[in-house]
Design a protein around this ligand. Structure first.
Ligand code: COA
Ligand code: MG
Length: 302
């Protein structure tokens, strides 16, 4: 018997101006190759979003595995999807974890699943306990600033959505703002789905067709919509569950759960300080020098 626990965390970076100490504490715990990767970002905001994503993964794995925060190691698969790199002595853990991160604009979101194999049934693991479970998450800002008209933009994007999806997006009573929100909701669902698979955008998005839950409206702070149905190549996908959330009037998020039916909950909003710990490395000259340079990066406005 496997018990799944789902974690949904969101961080709103909208008003965060990192102090030298906060940045040093964050950089000190992530892996050196990630410090190098982050330097490629031109804007400080993109740097921080990606950094906070790394910290969310670390908090999740550390909390659920007992491995010390600064000792958790991640690797990326061939397509860039991060996974927990367990040390030999950690692989005997009864916990199996799956997680994914997304960031856009002022939000960084995280979704994770912890599967606990009950100890007393350990020697007799059931089929369901060996079924691969997984999660993908995506957050989108509900805005369009592409310069062209929305109709022209939709025309260009025509082959990214199925006919049924376009029918919903362009429903006659949908004004432009409704159409944009409907478009972003579908985009988010598709991204969450492909992110669970880890395949990026290599699959034909028109063959993935979502029917969104129309029983309720999406509301900030409300429970997510969970009645979404996915069909792939016209076949209903029974082992998938989707949640649609509205984090803010301008930000929607979707979570795709595979082989895991979650107890429905909202995102928990974490603060930056929930993700930081004091370490000796955070006081090192090398880290502090890197941080001073990072803090010179340009800011965006949301
Ligand atoms: N699968 C799942 N997760 C991945 C991943 C992969 N192959 N590669 C990276 N990630 C994780 C990482 O944690 C990454 O954070 P990082 O960049 O700070 O390391 C995070 O997901 C990025 O997710 P998100 O912020 O949602 O980025 P995105 O939406 O720009 O890209 C991709 C997500 C890379 C997985 C991929 O789906 C992509 O190329 N998307 C482009 C957009 C598109 O055309 N979407 C069409 C769907 S309608
Ligand atoms: Mg995304």
């Amino acid at each position: 018997m496997v018990k799944h626990k789902c974690t949904r965390w969101a961080v709103d970076l909208g008003s965060w101006s990192p102090t030298l100490q906060q940045l040093a504490q964050a950089l000190a715990v992530i892996q050196p190759e990630e410090r190098v990767r982050l330097l490629k970002f031109h804007f400080l905001d993109d740097y921080l979003s990606s950094l906070v994503g790394r910290l969310l993964m670390r908090k999740f794995v550390s909390t659920n595995s007992g491995v010390k925060y600064e000792d958790v190691k991640f690797a990326r698969d061939i397509r860039g999807k991060p996974y927990w790199l367990q040390a030999e002595h950690e692989t005997h853990s009864q916990q199996q974890l799956a997680f994914n991160v997304s960031h856009q604009g002022r939000f960084v979101v995280f979704a994770g699943i912890t599967a606990q194999v009950a100890v007393e049934e350990d020697e007799n693991i059931t089929a369901s306990s060996t079924t691969r479970f997984g999660v993908g998450v995506d957050v989108m800002k509900i805005e369009y600033s592409g310069g062209r008209s929305l109709a022209e933009f939709f025309r260009i994007m025509r082959n990214k959505f199925a006919e049924n999806e376009w029918r919903y997006i362009k429903r006659s009573h949908h004004n432009e703002m409704d159409q944009l929100q409907a478009f972003m909701r579908h985009w988010c669902l598709k991204e969450a789905y492909v992110k669970e698979l880890g395949v990026g955008v290599t699959i034909d998005l028109q063959k993935i067709c979502f029917t969104v839950d129309v029983t309720r409206a999406l509301a900030v702070g409300g429970l997510p919509l969970t009645g979404t149905i996915l069909r792939c190549n016209d076949m209903p996908m029974h082992d998938w569950y989707f949640e649609e959330h509205l984090l803010h009037p301008k930000y929607c998020a979707a979570i795709a759960f595979k082989n895991c039916k979650p107890i429905v909950k909202s995102f928990e909003l974490l603060s930056i300080d929930d993700l930081l710990i004091e370490t000796e490395d955070a006081k090192s000259v090398a880290i502090l020098d890197t941080c001073r340079n990072v803090l010179k990066k340009q800011r965006k406005t949301w």
